[in-house]
Design a protein. Structure first.
Length: 191
């Protein structure tokens, strides 16, 4: 098991603290590293918990990249693609490639055009919640809840895996992709 140099947390308990009430049903971490604790969850078959943990452990940009790329790699079943969802995913991926304020707001606008809580919408919301104010530009700044980016990203991954014909396999593949980001960082050419 490789350690996660892209993760700033030294102990899994720090990540569990970020999860707040969402960590109530998770095993105690004691002094395990985030990578070791993640592996414990994965080995116990708690893949959804592992996804939520990983989304909170990664830095914001990496979390959004992982979510958006997972959604891209786990497309909806044939005939179920929605144009608004496609545009939301594209906006999230564009933000990952160039995380500017204008692209962050474009991701929000694309997410709001979606009719449902699709994984594409959740990935675009994760980009929007990644930092900066969520208020309109002419109002006082309002920062998003601290964990909104992580909840939106993990939701995107879980919903994308859930619409696959092999949810467990899709989620296992998504977790591998997330571990690669935690271990090696982002590959800019594939944003």
């Amino acid at each position: 098991m490789a350690e996660w140099p892209r993760v700033k947390w030294s102990e899994a308990s720090q990540v569990l603290e970020l999860l707040g009430d969402g960590a109530a049903d998770l095993p105690k971490a004691e002094t395990a590293s985030p990578a070791a604790y993640f592996e414990q969850l994965r080995e116990a078959g708690r893949l959804a918990d592992a996804a939520r943990f990983l989304a909170h452990a990664l830095p914001r940009l990496e979390t959004v990249a992982w979510a958006a790329r997972t959604v891209r790699d786990l497309p909806p079943p044939l005939g179920q693609a929605d144009r608004a969802d496609e545009l939301a995913l594209r906006a999230a991926l564009f933000w990952v490639g160039d995380p500017t304020e204008s692209r962050r707001y474009a991701a929000y606008n694309a997410a709001m055009a979606c009719r449902q809580a699709s994984p594409e919408r959740l990935a675009a919301l994760a980009a929007f919640f990644s930092g900066g104010s969520i208020a309109p530009a002419d109002l006082q700044p309002v920062h998003p809840p601290r964990d909104a980016v992580h909840h939106s990203a993990s939701g995107a991954v879980l919903v994308a895996a859930g619409r696959s014909s092999d949810m467990k396999g899709a989620l296992a593949g998504a977790l591998e992709a997330g571990v690669a980001i935690a271990t090696r960082g982002l590959e800019p050419a594939t944003a």
